[in-house]
Unconditional design. Structure first.
Length: 272
């Protein structure tokens, strides 16, 4: 694949999904028991969804739960820098400045990072970097993993048809049905590679419990991180919660929390 096509693909991966304008009222749930792995989704630009998700996590932590917090917002190669920031910083603003991430609206993640600092919860850099995503697009899904991981997750085999179809559908819906047939296989492979890395890094924290902060697509049970988490033994107690806008992108979760639609300009305009 030519470099300009890869660049276009990676740019498309960073763009937000289409959404509707209908709103619903949110009812806060009672605090549930904590699983080994709690996956908390998001619509990346939904301010109210971020607020409600944080309040859920805050309740659990203040009640005594002490999980590691894995975050899509940090690339896995930056774990050493993130560890140093947690040790050397007094507040979340310092951590964010040290990490110098430019792809995210950091005001939405500031409370989560501050919660981790206050309660001494490890932060885990869980995402695939753009450089590795480019390698996956060029060389295939197995290219970002070692031989043991390739064997464990059977990454030399074709993806299960339902998984590939589900990812293709989610990517097309998230990009206003404007992804070309040329770009779609690479985008699917990059998304799946992200999910597998998140699953690997979550498993690496055991026996400590883990919370994953990531987009709704990553926490879907049918095609996201949960599917890969329990693709190998031992199986873990996993709970996935999607924070979903009504009539927005749907998926399979243990629980869906409907959140009001974020006011935004037409997200499909950038694809036209």
């Amino acid at each position: 694949m030519k470099s300009n096509t890869i660049a276009l693909l990676l740019a498309a991966l960073a763009l937000s999904a289409c959404s509707s304008k209908k709103t619903v009222e949110y009812t806060a749930p009672a605090t549930a028991s904590n699983p080994q792995v709690l996956l908390l989704g998001e619509v990346h630009d939904n301010k109210e969804g971020h607020k409600l998700r944080f309040e859920d996590l805050q309740r659990r932590v203040e009640a005594g739960w002490r999980p590691a917090i894995a975050m899509e917002q940090f690339d896995r190669e930056t774990q050493g820098l993130l560890d140093a920031a947690q040790k050397g910083c007094l507040d979340a603003s310092c951590v964010i400045k040290v990490m110098e991430g430019k792809r995210w609206e950091w005001q939405y993640y500031h409370p989560v990072i501050q919660l981790a600092l206050t309660h001494h919860l490890p932060l885990v850099a869980a995402n695939l970097s753009r450089a590795d995503a480019s390698k996956v697009v060029r060389d295939g899904l197995a290219s970002s993993f070692d031989a043991a991981t390739v064997a464990a997750y059977k990454l030399k085999d074709p993806l299960p048809p339902d998984l590939r179809r589900g990812q293709e559908k989610a990517i097309q819906e998230g990009h206003c049905n404007m992804v070309s047939d040329l770009m779609l296989p690479g985008m699917v492979n990059a998304q799946v590679a992200r999910d597998i890395w998140m699953a690997k890094l979550i498993r690496a924290q055991q026996p400590r419990d883990v919370v994953l902060i990531a987009g709704n697509g990553h926490v879907r049970k049918d095609i996201g991180v949960p599917r890969w988490l329990n693709a190998i033994e031992p199986r873990l107690n996993v709970r996935a919660i999607g924070f979903v806008e009504p009539e927005g992108l749907q998926g399979s979760y243990d629980e869906i929390r409907k959140v009001p639609v974020q006011k935004r300009t037409d997200p499909c305009a950038k694809f036209k």
